[in-house]
Write a protein that binds this ligand. Structure first.
Ligand code: S3P
Length: 179
């Protein structure tokens, strides 16, 4: 089966769901933010933004997505801004089922309150604009949209599993020999 890529705004739960899915399927976990850090000379996303700016960060992000799209048996947890690179998204779509985790802005604000690890969440007003601008893009590129406000990461994992994995892999999960 194809890779599974998770997209959605910062704080929508992609990383947690990706861990659950990778354990259930026995697929590798590909955390794109970590890949970007590895491609840079820094140890945090904030440093990349602060020393080289967003444009440089997006170049590295695009590179990380292109590389991830070449792999197989992976759960790819994307940064919230990945939808800003149309060519990377087209490549990603060829290699992965793309799932949009849609959290309400209220939920996101509660979750990211006081979290300083995200440079694009330093200015609340700009973050709200970004949220509105990206919603149609997440929808454009996804095969499935899941509203995550009132369900747990385990339930989200189960929805994705039932729709895409069980028909191919059978009911047991953790199938390393999956096609
Ligand atoms: C970003 C989201 C972050 C990270 C970077 C930029 C964005 O990832 O890639 O701070 O543009 O929305 P998460 O969505 O995992 O927080």
């Amino acid at each position: 089966m194809k890779n599974i890529a998770l997209i959605g705004f910062m704080g929508s739960g992609k990383s947690t769901v990706a861990i659950h899915l990778s354990e259930k399927l026995g697929f590798n976990l590909r955390e794109i933010d970590n890949d970007i850090i590895n491609l840079s000379h820094y140890s945090t996303i904030n440093e990349i933004f602060d020393y080289h700016g967003e444009e440089h960060f997006r170049k590295l992000e695009r590179q990380a997505i292109i590389s991830a799209a070449q792999g197989k048996k992976q759960i790819i947890s994307c940064g919230g801004g990945v939808v800003a690179s149309p060519d990377a998204m087209e490549l990603l779509k060829k290699s992965a089922i793309v799932v949009f985790l849609h959290a309400d802005i209220k939920t996101i604000l509660e979750r990211l309150n006081n979290n300083e690890s995200r440079p694009l969440f330093r200015d609340m007003e700009k973050a709200l604009v970004l949220y509105a601008q990206r919603l149609p893009l997440y929808r454009k590129y996804s095969d499935l949209e899941i509203n995550t406000d009132n369900i747990s990461p385990e339930q989200i994992t189960e929805i994705i599993w039932k729709k895409y994995c069980a028909p191919t892999l059978g009911d047991s999960g953790n199938n390393m020999d999956a096609p």
